[in-house]
Design a protein around this ligand. Structure first.
Ligand code: FS2
Ligand code: SF4
Length: 545
């Protein structure tokens, strides 16, 4: 195996024996083969799209396939074997349909579009198609950046289509880009342009998901979220999928079983459509990486709707259920009903037999500062900036993780001058959302917009402030960017911010292992991207910007 897609890549180079995340070598290889063959399938689907054939099944299949390979989403070897077989089957089907419709496939010559194999040969082939087989390190770096960004794009696209929102332009670009990355003779300039276009499509996908979420469930509202527990048995829901959240709340209503969110599902507490349920109690615990302790003390069953899943301990394994892109051999999957909706009856029945959660903390945290709310407070915010009460904003969106070096973000938040405000989104917030950082004239010093995809909200806020302050450049705003990254959704968020023209973004706790020195240099020279050093020097540097 060779995997270098996340911030925890071994020695900040790549995992080669087993993933730090717990991914085995065979699963890693099968993921590489799946990505390879999805690129071959994309080549035919592109033709099908040009011929105006119905591509929706394949569009969704490719999207979900990419999503399953995101860090901490899916560890199920048998699931990947099935998915690879299905890719080969769909490839044949689309190819036949294209030929039947008079399409020309003679230009599709890449091995990814022709290789055929059986389960016994998958692993051998998989070893030949990983990133480590791209010789030129800059090409490898830029293709990695694109593939990882595409994985993030796929995650957000899937959440949107689960709510019935799709845009052909997103699927079309996703597949074009997958095909383009098969060509390792592309120049660095061409690959940089591909990544910039990916950032543009990333903005579109996040805007689409924002529309899907807010149209379906209302605009997030300022909400005080309970972090304590009640005495009823309960289900804990984690991951990012709001459609699953809705279904679970509906199906548990009146059952005597309470529902709590974990990690990235916390922002579900801010939506009007979910707040109305009395049995929706609040949030339990912290970011994903503490699940080995928090799932244990929760006592009830846990529903993982997306990453981040940590390979479960035997002590609570029988209480973890997976759905969507998530997989782990031996965990129970949520079945579908005849009408295609998910059937949560088994998890609800199990919850009824469990003890209530053990209380691990008490109190409330505040959130719900997505674009609609912040823009409704725009006058107050603008006055505070004009009067000097707010000197600077810090976008500290992104991911949390288990590395000790991430304590930097807690210390950074604590050390920031009191006239600064943190704008956050994603599970990065758990490093400082329970600190008492106070408020500025009633505006909390940590404004949580929501999940990592709601980083889009932060961009909308910045663009609005630019307009209000009549600035020509988004970088003239008093906003600094100190982003914590971990997995590939952060890659699409980064590319989206770059596309929007945001400069001087600092990324930590380490720069991505997949950036070659030359590619890192381009990012530094063109976009002012930087790493982090220590809290004191970094705060001085940001405040002087
Ligand atoms: Fe956090 Fe993990 Fe949100 Fe990432 S729960 S690091 O996948 O997507 O942010
Ligand atoms: Fe290593 Fe991260 Fe890949 Fe897991 S996802 S194998 S930790 S680089």
């Amino acid at each position: 195996m060779f995997c270098h897609q996340c911030q925890e890549a071994a020695k900040n180079t790549g995992c080669t024996k087993i993933g730090i995340c717990g991914k085995s070598s065979d699963v890693s290889n099968l993921q590489d083969l799946l990505i390879y063959l999805l690129r071959g399938l994309s080549a035919y689907n592109k033709e099908a799209r040009a011929l105006k054939l119905d591509t929706n099944e394949v569009d969704q299949f490719i999207t979900e396939g990419l999503f399953t390979t995101i860090t901490n989403a899916n560890f199920d070897k048998f699931g990947f074997i099935k998915r690879i077989n299905k890719t080969l089957e769909l490839r044949n089907k689309v190819k036949e349909e294209v030929v039947k419709a008079g399409g020309n496939i003679t230009g599709i010559t890449h091995d990814a579009a022709h290789w055929i194999g059986t389960e016994e040969t998958f692993e051998e082939k998989a070893r030949m198609v990983g990133f480590d087989h791209i010789e030129n390190e800059d090409v490898r770096s830029l293709i990695s950046l694109a593939i990882f960004g595409l994985k993030g794009l796929a995650a957000y696209t899937e959440h949107a289509f689960n709510l019935g929102y799709e845009e052909d332009e997103i699927y079309s670009f996703m597949q074009e880009a997958l095909v383009a990355t098969l060509d390792t003779s592309k120049s660095a300039e061409e690959l940089v342009a591909l990544n910039m276009k990916l950032g543009e499509i990333g903005v579109k996908a996040m805007a689409l998901l924002d529309k899907a979420n807010t149209t379906s469930y209302g605009h997030p509202e300022i909400t005080k979220v309970n972090i304590g527990v009640r005495s009823n048995p309960a289900i804990l829901i984690s991951g990012h999928d709001l459609k699953d959240m809705e279904e679970l709340l509906k199906q548990t209503e009146g059952s005597g079983v309470d529902v709590y969110t974990h990690s990235e599902m916390l922002p579900a507490n801010y939506y009007p459509a979910f707040k109305k349920y009395d049995h929706f109690v609040g949030n339990y615990g912290n970011a994903w990486w503490k699940q080995d302790q928090e799932f244990e003390s929760f006592n009830g069953p846990i529903l993982m709707t997306t990453n981040c899943l940590v390979p479960p301990k035997d002590s609570y394994k029988d209480r973890v259920y997976v759905t969507g892109a998530v997989g782990f051999t031996g965990l129970k999957e949520i079945p579908l009903r005849a009408d295609g909706t998910k059937d949560f009856s088994e998890i609800i029945q199990q919850a009824k037999k469990c003890q209530a959660p053990i209380e691990i903390e008490k109190g409330e945290i505040i959130g719900g500062f997505a674009h609609n709310t912040v823009l409704s407070l725009a006058d107050k915010v603008v006055d505070a900036v004009k009067s000097g009460a707010i000197k600077q904003f810090f976008v500290m969106a992104g991911c949390d993780g288990r590395m000790k070096s991430r304590d930097y973000y807690t210390e950074f938040a604590q050390a920031l001058p009191k006239d600064t405000v943190i704008l956050t989104a994603g599970c990065a917030k758990y490093k400082y959302n329970k600190l008492s950082l106070g408020d500025i004239g009633g505006i909390p010093r940590v404004l949580d917009a929501g999940q990592c995809n709601d980083s889009y909200s932060l961009a909308v806020i910045a663009l609005k402030l630019k307009e209000v302050f009549q600035l020509n450049d988004i970088n003239d705003l008093p906003i600094s960017y100190n982003i914590a990254w971990y997995e590939q959704k952060a890659v699409i968020v980064l590319l989206a911010l770059l596309y929007l023209g945001v400069k001087n973004i600092h990324l930590g706790p380490t720069l991505p292992a997949f950036l070659s020195p030359n590619v890192a240099k381009v990012l530094v020279e063109n976009f002012g991207i930087g790493g982090i050093t220590n809290v004191e020097d970094d705060i001085n540097m940001f405040m002087a910007q």
